[in-house]
Design a protein around this ligand. Structure first.
Ligand code: NAP
Length: 450
């Protein structure tokens, strides 16, 4: 057995405390798997008084000093946020310390700088836990599918929003009530912005797109919409169409006339109930990966939680520690493809548009004309309400609802259509718009008319 591998742990919260527990409980097995004991050199926290269950001699409030200690082999970062994590990890990597992190925000923003620092010093950089918690996803994409060509990675990567949408679906509750329930049960944070506005999912989409398409994609490149505007009636409309609403992170490599591009986007969308992602409910995550030779693959499990995320962190720690023992290196991030990121306006999607209209003769023709003017083909139209009460004085403008589902068209054309519709005299208002994602069509067909 080699000398022990010394670990600097930055952060001892929900995930870090579980890493400490598992390192202790599984010390013997981990040592056998690594070929050396894995020991904590220190644990950096902000408020040591809150960590009575951790040996006091390990605690420090000076993470920079801990990272710089000469006996540290691996730095495990579970603090979150961009700074000071970024500087600490860059320093660690530059000094040859391997790094394990669960920090999606940091990896999505500074992945390139971190990967470069790791490459230069020969240190390892692992971040399996940063996307979809316990689910082994990055390693399969990066390693198991390294010989294949990935076309699409699409999934549910945020448990909070999936819990809220599932609750709206199963109880008929509105967004605000479902969010409150999620907070009460511990599935939503006091400030839910990162989750409900799609920032968390966008960071994960950036990481997934970067690995799947060998192209550096940052969170800022990811088109993002959250779930705040999803209404109970959207969910009911989806059900009527045989669909359900999910917050999706979609990453695709699309072949256009001008060459291959990467699309990375996050928004709530209707998906057919028959799609496997439709049955993923509550706080679970699931990701569909489609590759040319492998075909469709689905990864499913718990996307968050202390022990679950710690499992992924420990997997990375064992890999980094083993490499230290045998003098090897883990896989490098590859970003050789340098594909451009497709603008959202060029992304081809379908729309479900709910219009409040005056039930007058010619309204349908006027609405259809606007779609046609923008080259957006209508798949179905359904009218609800608008029955005039003969005793009501015979006024010719009883309110009605038109539900239009389009065929696939560029997002820009769909947006322009909706804008023009809201200016129509016969349209009282656009009640809601949701994209419809088929996810079944081959990605090679997506470049079609571009
Ligand atoms: P957390 O419970 O808030 O814990 C953060 C820890 O970092 C705390 O121990 C805190 O110290 C320490 N810390 C923060 N800033 C520090 C600083 N400047 N100096 C020293 N210590 C500092 O966070 P978490 O939920 O464990 O998440 C950790 C990371 O894992 C994040 O990047 C998160 O995105 C990622 N992640 C979490 C989950 C999950 O289910 N929670 C899932 C996947 C990924 P004090 O305890 O003294 O405040």
């Amino acid at each position: 057995m080699s000398d022990s591998i010394k670990v600097a742990l930055l952060g001892c919260g929900v995930v870090g405390s579980q890493v400490v527990r598992l390192l202790d409980e599984q010390a013997e097995e981990l040592a056998a798997r690594v070929g050396a004991p894995v020991e904590l050199a220190g644990i950096a926290v902000r408020r040591p008084q809150r960590h009575a269950d951790v040996p006091t001699e390990l605690l420090t409030t000076d993470p920079a000093e801990l990272v710089a200690r000469p006996d540290v082999d691996v730095v495990v970062e579970l603090m979150g946020g961009i700074e000071p994590a970024r500087d600490l990890l860059l320093d660690a990597l530059k000094n040859g310390r391997s790094v394990v992190s669960a920090n999606k925000a940091l990896l999505a923003e500074e992945g390139e700088a971190l990967a470069a620092a790791a490459r230069e010093s020969g240190a390892d950089l692992y971040y399996e836990a940063s996307v979809a918690g316990a689910i082994p996803l990055l390693r399969p994409i990066q390693q198991s599918l390294a010989g294949d060509r990935i076309r699409r990675v699409a999934g549910i990567v945020n448990g909070t929003t999936n819990f809220i949408l599932s609750a709206m679906e199963s109880t008929g509750a509105g967004y605000a009530d479902a969010l409150e329930e999620a907070g009460r049960l511990g599935y939503a944070e006091a400030d839910p912005t990162a989750d409900v506005d799609g920032y968390d999912a966008a960071s994960k989409a950036a990481i997934l797109a970067s690995l799947a398409f060998h192209t550096r994609v940052t969170a800022a490149d990811v088109y993002r919409e959250g779930i705040r505007d999803v209404t109970a009636s959207d969910i009911a409309s989806a059900r009527a169409l045989g669909c359900t609403v999910k917050l999706l992170a979609i990453c695709e490599q699309v072949d256009t006339a001008d060459g291959a591009v990467v699309s990375a986007r996050v928004y709530p969308a209707m998906i057919p109930r028959s799609h496997p992602l439709a049955s993923v409910s509550g706080a679970f995550n699931a990701v569909f990966v489609e590759a040319d030779a492998a075909g469709p693959l689905m990864f499913y499990g718990q996307g968050a939680g202390g022990p679950q995320t710690a499992s992924a962190v420990l997997g990375d720690l064992v890999a980094a520690a083993r490499n230290k023992v045998i003098g090897g290196r883990g896989p490098r991030d590859t970003a050789y493809a340098h594909l451009p990121v497709q603008s959202m306006g060029d992304v081809r999607t379908r729309y479900h548009v709910n219009l409040d209209v005056h039930d007058r003769a010619g309204v349908l023709a006027a609405v259809a004309g606007v779609f046609s003017d923008h080259d957006v083909s209508i798949a179905t139209v359904k009218q609800e309400g608008g029955q005039r009460d003969p005793g009501h004085g015979g006024e010719d403008d009883a309110p009605a609802t038109l539900v239009v589902v389009t065929h696939e068209a560029p997002d820009a054309a769909l947006r322009a259509t909706v804008e023009a519709l809201s200016g129509l005299e016969s349209v009282r208002g656009v009640a809601s718009i949701l994209r419809v994602e088929d996810l079944g069509r081959p990605v090679s067909a997506l470049g079609g008319s571009q």
